[in-house]
Design a protein around this ligand. Structure first.
Ligand code: A3P
Length: 296
């Protein structure tokens, strides 16, 4: 594939203290001004927590498990990424959303305080997916190696402290998971865990279905669980990001659908790194008790 010279590893620029890709920071006012419709659904995550998986489950629920309907176009077209701005020909999330009728399934990685206030004013539903810090970090490391629009991750041992200090794109994982956790009751946010989805996808699909006030048959739930297995999504060209140019996502470095497991951190952290990470984790998470699991 021909290299697109306009793609580069964009620097991060802070927006109200949160490091974001420079193109997002430059367009911040238009993102903040976005007005959703009350029927729109927000899927919010820290990067690499299970966004694509949840987008696929939700699209299938909206389409009563119709696999063909959900292969109409790739994930990022079916479910636009609210704040994304890339060089042309890649269209911004805002431009895509303008052309779609509600209810739209809108993806964001913005921390709670940066979500456009229109979502809460219009009482939009929102699903938050959280993944345990160590697996989330490992997944983000591999993603930063292959995503040519984000800063170079550098060596693994230096990446861990960057994550701990909140210097990666979209900021601190700790503040992100805490921000939505504190607001979940007030804003009626469905707060899910990647580990729960892995452990019992059927239970979680049904939980999402009830939250969305949808009702599909048991058979359709089984079909959705099957269609959204790691293996099936990895092979689905409309869910595995294979349509994105290799100049942007170089999947020869690391596939988007990389491993899809809980506990892969054990293959990356040395015992010393794990100890140092855990000690800091206790400090950063002391004011909340979010039931994360690093193994299932
Ligand atoms: P790994 O890098 O650990 O494999 P996001 O969609 O938020 O970018 O998250 C991507 C992560 O979710 C990747 O994790 C990817 O493999 C995993 N993932 C995507 N679809 C999945 C599925 N159906 N089942 C399990 N994990 C999935």
């Amino acid at each position: 594939k021909k290299a697109d010279m306009s793609v580069s590893r964009f620097p991060l620029i802070p927006v109200r203290g949160i490091p974001l890709m420079s193109l997002i920071a430059k367009n911040w006012d238009s993102i903040w001004a976005f007005r959703p419709e009350p029927s729109d659904l927000l899927i919010a995550t820290y990067p690499k927590a299970g966004t694509t998986w949840t987008q696929e489950i939700v699209d299938l629920l909206f389409h009563n498990g119709d696999a063909e309907a959900c292969k109409r176009v790739p994930t990022h077209v079916r479910s636009p990424f609210l704040e994304i701005f890339c060089p042309p020909p890649i269209r911004s999330g805002l431009d895509q959303l303008k052309e779609m009728d509600p209810p739209r399934i809108i993806k964001t990685h913005l921390p709670f305080q940066l979500v456009p206030p229109g979502f809460w004013e219009n009482k939009c539903k929102a699903i938050y997916v959280a993944r345990n810090a160590k697996d989330n970090l490992v997944s983000y490391y591999h993603f930063d190696c292959m995503n040519m629009t984000q800063p170079d991750p550098g060596p693994w041992e230096g990446y861990i402290p960057k994550f701990m200090r909140g210097e990666l794109a979209w900021g601190s994982w700790y503040d992100h998971v805490k921000g939505y956790w504190m607001e979940r009751e007030k804003r009626n946010i469905l707060y899910l865990f990647y580990e729960d989805l892995k452990e019992n996808p059927r239970r979680e699909v049904e939980r999402i279905m009830r939250y969305l006030d949808l009702s599909v048959s048991d058979e359709v739930v089984s079909q959705i669980v099957e269609l959204t297995s790691f293996k099936n999504m990895k092979e689905n060209p409309m869910a595995n990001y294979s349509c994105i140019s290799a100049a942007v996502f170089d999947q020869s470095i690391s596939p988007f659908m990389r491993k899809g497991e809980v506990g892969d951190w054990r293959n990356h952290f040395t015992p010393e790194q794990s100890k140092m990470f855990d000690e800091d984790y206790v400090k950063q998470m002391k004011e909340v008790n979010i039931p994360f699991r690093t193994l299932i």
